[in-house]
Ligand binder design. Sequence first.
Ligand SMILES: Nc1ncnc2c1ncn2[C@@H]1O[C@H](COP(=O)(O)OP(=O)(O)OP(=O)(O)O)[C@@H](O)[C@H]1O
Ligand SMILES: N[C@@H](CCO)C(=O)O
Length: 319
Amino acid sequence: MAVFTAVTLDDLTLLLKKFPLGNAIGIKGISSGIENSNFFIDTERGEYVLTIFENLSFAQLPFYLQLMRHLAERGVLVPAPVPDEAGELVVPLHGKPAAIVSKLEGGSQMAPQPVHCAAVGTMLATMHMAGRDFALQQPNLRGLDWWNDTTPLVLPFLDERNAHLLRAEMHFQSAFAACDHYHHLGRGPIHADLFRNNVMFVGERLTGFFDFYFAGCDTWLFDVAVTVNDWCIDLGSGVLDPARVRALLDAYHAVRPFTADEQAAWQPMLRAAALRFWLSRLYDLYLPREAEMLTPHDPTHFERILRERIATPAPGLLA
Ligand SMILES: Nc1ncnc2c1ncn2[C@@H]1O[C@H](COP(=O)(O)OP(=O)(O)OP(=O)(O)O)[C@@H](O)[C@H]1O
Ligand SMILES: N[C@@H](CCO)C(=O)O
């Protein structure tokens, strides 16, 4: 159960007095998700999602919610935050920050085919283009600096074989981040966590990207690599499916063509994207935060993906 903070219909009735959504009709806790308390809410104006942020502060939230608003206004399919009558996107609820956003239709596609990957590639490139004039800046908080801080914390828990892999990959990624190709990569706001469970579909029609709470400014190619490492693999082995990779990359390229620097950076970037989630999963497993109440994700999944990306070159960015 992933509702950490309870909200009653009376609480909602009081909260909605400040929003242009009419009266509250119903509220239902959403059981999936491990970061926040989420609720489907029914109002006189329709259905919305109420989120209470369990780990993010009032100061951190404007970047995410303004980004969602910026993208929604430009036709990118993402939940649109609803401002209260004072124009605020983040409001207090039970002493924690909360927001109301539009509800996306559909459900997650957990067994994607090339057609779904192509839809994700198109929307990802559209999102990157639409984010170019977004004014707020926030680094990817799970980027190289965080990897450098986290590596010594998790190393004591690893056996020698994995400790060696982690040290060697950090060495490789530090050199990659210092190279010319890397510095010439296009950058902007990225989702940074665009897994299968963060995209909605109705059949083959993509209805939206959501869960923007790891978003930050970083290279667009990192976002592509994170997405390919989840959408285009066999989940058991981590091996890439060439048909799904091709569908996603070709669709992306048709909206925002890949550059020569991106082509040169592709293989190391896939390793970087695998390392990022191996490290965060190790961190959540061995150094859980107080507010974290559910079973952490399995780190060995991303250890396998990292070893696979090192051993086997992925299909190139261009066909
Ligand atoms: N805007 C939305 N429209 C429709 N459904 C939503 C929306 N936002 C969240 N949900 C539903 O709530 C569930 C949990 O949301 P979300 O993944 O953002 O939670 P979380 O606690 O941040 O989880 P995690 O970090 O584990 O992905 C989603 O799987 C989805 O079913
Ligand atoms: N997508 C992340 C969880 C954070 O949303 C993972 O699978 O490790």
